[in-house]
Design a protein around this ligand. Sequence first.
Ligand code: GTP
Ligand code: MG
Length: 195
Amino acid sequence: LFARPWQFIKGCVRVDDLPPGDRTEIAFAGRSNVGKSSLINALTNRVNLARTSNTPGRTQELNIFEADDAPMRIVDMPGYGFAKAPKKTVEKWTRLIHSYLKGRATLRRVFVLIDGRHGPKAADETVMNELDTAAVSYQIVLTKADKPKAGELERIQAKTAQMIAKHPAAHPEMIITSSEKGVGIEELRATIARF
Ligand code: GTP
Ligand code: MG
C-alpha cells in the first residue's frame, strides 16, 4: 500500500468540497503541531507530501491524499487546540474537523495523535468523547517518541493507557511513533494495510 506513489489531491475548506465517498478513508487528527503531517510523510516515504512546520496551525484544510489503485485515501486535518491563528479561523477549523469526524460514512479509522512529550490534554479528551458518541473507531498514536527520556515516555504511555481504557470507541492498543527516527512506522503501516 505504501510502496505506491501517494499524491496530494485537494484541500477542502468545507465538507461539501470532499471527494465522493467511494472509498475508505483514514484520518489523522490531533492538537496543532503534534506531528500529523510529518507522520503522513513518514508513512508514504515522502519528504514533503504533507506540508509541515514549526508553527502550530500549518495545516488549514482537510488535505486529501490518494495513490493510484489504493483502496483508501488519507486525510490530513488541521490541528485542534492551540494554533497561531486568529480566533475566528480556529473556530472555523474546529467546526470543519468536527463535521468531518462525525459525519463521514466512509471514515474507517481516525488516528488521534498525542504528543509523547506531554501526554493527553483536555482537547484530546473532548475529541475522544465526540468520537465515542458518534461511534467512530479511533486509535491513539503517541508521536515524537524520540524526544522524552526513557522513563518519561513510559510514564506518559501508562497515563495514556489509563485514558484509553475509559473510552469505549478507542482501539485498546496505542502505537508509539517517531517520524524523525522511523519508530513505529512499520507497525502503523501494517495496521492500516489490514483495513
Ligand atoms: P498542524 O498542521 O499545525 O496542526 O501540525 P502537525 O500536527 O501537522 O505537525 P507537523 O507534522 O507540521 O510537525 C510539527 C513540528 O513537529 C515540526 O517542526 C516537525 O518537524 C516536528 N515533528 C514531527 N514529528 C516529529 C518527531 O517524530 N520527532 C521530532 N523530534 N519532531 C517531530
Ligand atoms: Mg499539519
